[in-house]
Design a protein around this ligand. Structure first.
Ligand code: NAD
Length: 266
């Protein structure tokens, strides 16, 4: 399968170039960046330090996708929506790891996925997806007697807060407990804000240095506490997850899929 990568010079871009170039059944045929980026024209393989691949980075996604079956997109919601529009027109598959979509933008993604197969997942790691499953079980067992708080830590360049993974963790717990995440998520506590409600799910984001990504969901009861944590040590496992999503998506019909589906966990 011929694969192109958008955002090739980004933190995830380099990891994705390496993962795709080493993956069975995948061939890197294109890599793009935003117009004016300093790395336009540079070979994607040299950029990712895996040796020359004969794939120069361009700023023309439509032309790049003419010679690719699938786009891997780890960028930002507004960029991803434009990329989906191009891929939907050309009938190309998309695997996107972008995070920070508003509910309205998510609806737009769903619209494009009516035309093409799309995997969208805020976290492509196998470990985090196992955590989603564990969270469902923990919420079922612990029920409404335990207060739920989520704390995530990321590097100081991350643009969206809380992370898409933390939001998904909150959604999984809320859905399992029969709550509407958008109603119960509490992002701000400051001053005399009163006691916490039974239903709320506190969401805290810590930013600093080069932390790849850490998430802990606390189930806090009377006299005891359960913590489900995931720590990412490198970005390579996100890239390996994206490769797995590409391989799984081949031959699938149009629709919006997540990593739970890719990993056979749903
Ligand atoms: P980054 O800023 O390092 O990289 C993004 C790249 O996209 C940059 O090189 C930027 O120039 C490029 N870009 C921006 N606009 C563009 C355009 N119009 N056309 C082409 N390229 C464009 O960010 P990052 O740390 O690599 O993260 C990227 C995204 O991936 C974020 O949304 C992040 O939250 C997400 N992410 C997801 C996972 C996951 O497993 N799903 C893991 C890590 C990061």
């Amino acid at each position: 399968m011929k694969v192109a990568i958008v955002g090739a010079a980004g933190r995830m871009g380099g990891r994705l170039i390496q993962a795709v170039s080493e993956a069975e059944g995948l061939e890197l045929t294109g890599a793009t960046e935003r117009p004016g980026h300093a790395q336009i024209g540079v070979d994607a393989g040299l950029l990712a330090a895996v040796g020359e691949l004969g794939v120069p980075i361009t700023d023309d996604l439509a032309a790049t996708m003419a010679n690719a079956d699938l786009l891997i997109d780890f960028t930002f919601p507004d960029v991803t929506l434009k990329n989906l529009e191009i891929c939907a027109k050309l009938g190309k598959m998309v695997v996107s790891g972008s995070t920070g979509f508003t509910p309205g933008q998510k609806k737009q993604v769903e619209k494009y996925a009516e035309q093409i197969p799309v995997v969208l997942a805020p976290n492509m790691s196998v470990g985090v997806n196992a955590c989603f499953k564990l969270l469902k079980e923990a919420a079922k067992i612990l029920g409404n007697d335990f207060d739920v708080e989520i704390v995530e830590l990321h590097h100081n360049k991350k643009k969206d807060s809380p992370s898409g993974t933390a939001v998904r963790m909150g959604e999984v717990v809320a859905e399992t407990l029969g709550r509407d995440y958008n109603q119960v998520a509490n992002y701000h506590r400051e001053g005399m804000c009163g006691e916490r409600t039974k239903e709320e799910i506190g969401m805290q984001a810590v930013r600093g240095g080069d932390i790849v990504g850490e998430h802990t969901v606390y189930f806090i009861g009377m006299g005891e506490r359960v913590e489900i944590s995931h720590r990412a040590m490198s970005r390579d496992m996100f890239a390996r997850g994206a490769v797995r999503a590409c391989q799984w998506l081949q031959g699938k019909s149009s629709g919006l899929y997540d990593m739970q589906a890719v990993l056979g966990l749903s």
